[in-house]
Ligand binder design. Structure first.
Ligand code: FPP
Length: 267
């Protein structure tokens, strides 16, 4: 715990010290998105059931939220359950649903107290009514907060999100509310689940897998990716600091010659 607090303190935008002994020069991503991978392997290596890996994954998630808030990151998006995760065994799906319910029931008051605002992305159609109710409650009860925005990707798939957005825009065109030629990138982004949320600057994936897995394909067009060997349940302040330090070393060019989508110097 002491080590964690020390490393967390080193993550503040102005301290210039990193837990991984590598300064990130204060260049902090505004939005970090995380693919929390490796729970099953973490459990298997210890001869434990997979659900234990997911339980420890929830603890790592709590740590990540706390560290992100303390570091001054504005948005943290977590890939909690993908549209493709339904292909897992029924028992594991039930475990993951149970963990989500417990996470919201147990942690919502704490998140609200810490000024965290929860947003949920993904397809709510097809989810059980109790899950939808909890996701709605998490959003509405924290809507007035202006601290860290925790974006929970649940039953989320990037291609599915793009299809839903295209369909919604097509319906508006069919109703005569929108001219097809008026659709531009901003209109399209506004039809996605992530409307109003800036694009991720940094995507972290744990467990050594080097894949994007249908996670925010539109939004991450210019994101920096950091792939870590550590398994998600081991994720802590030091690992987070190392990822932030790696991000700070990258030169973002957005297809141009310098920082900013049009070389404007914007982050
Ligand atoms: C990947 O590990 C992780 C997931 C499928 C889901 C992430 C879920 C959590 C961190 C816990 C649940 C949290 C909430 C809020 C629902 P894996 O099972 O694919 O690991 P493996 O690749 O080692 O098998």
């Amino acid at each position: 715990m002491a080590a964690e607090l020390g490393a967390t303190a080193a993550l503040t935008p102005h301290s210039g010290r990193g837990a991984a002994s590598q300064p990130h020069q204060g260049r902090l991503p505004r939005h970090v998105a995380v693919i929390m991978d490796g729970n099953g392997r973490w459990a298997a290596r210890r001869g434990l059931p997979r659900v234990e890996g997911h339980r420890r994954g929830v603890e790592a998630l709590r740590r990540a939220v706390r560290i992100a808030g303390e570091a001054g990151i504005s948005y943290l998006t977590i890939y909690a359950f993908s549209a493709e995760n339904w292909s897992r065994p029924q028992g594991e799906i039930a475990d993951l649903m149970g963990l989500l319910k417990r996470f919201i029931r147990k942690d919502l008051a704490e998140l609200a107290k810490n000024n965290v605002r929860v947003r949920v992305i993904g397809d709510r159609a097809g989810l059980s009514p109790d899950i939808v109710g909890l996701l709605d409650e998490a959003e509405t009860s924290t809507a007035g907060n202006d601290g860290l925005v925790l974006v929970v990707a649940f039953n989320y798939g990037g291609r599915q999100e793009i299809v839903r957005a295209a369909r919604a825009l097509a319906e508006r065109v069919a109703r005569g509310e929108l001219a097809a030629e008026a659709i531009d990138e901003a209109t399209f982004a506004g039809a996605l689940d992530t409307r109003g949320i800036p694009d991720p600057d940094l995507v972290i994936r744990t467990s050594g897998e080097v894949r994007v897995s249908n996670f925010l394909p539109w939004q991450c067009a210019y994101a920096e990716y950091v792939f870590l060997q550590e398994l998600w349940p081991d994720f802590d302040a030091e690992i987070f600091a190392a990822a932030l330090a790696e991000y700070a070393r990258r030169e973002r060019r957005f297809g141009g010659l310098g920082e900013g989508p049009s070389g404007s110097g914007a982050p």
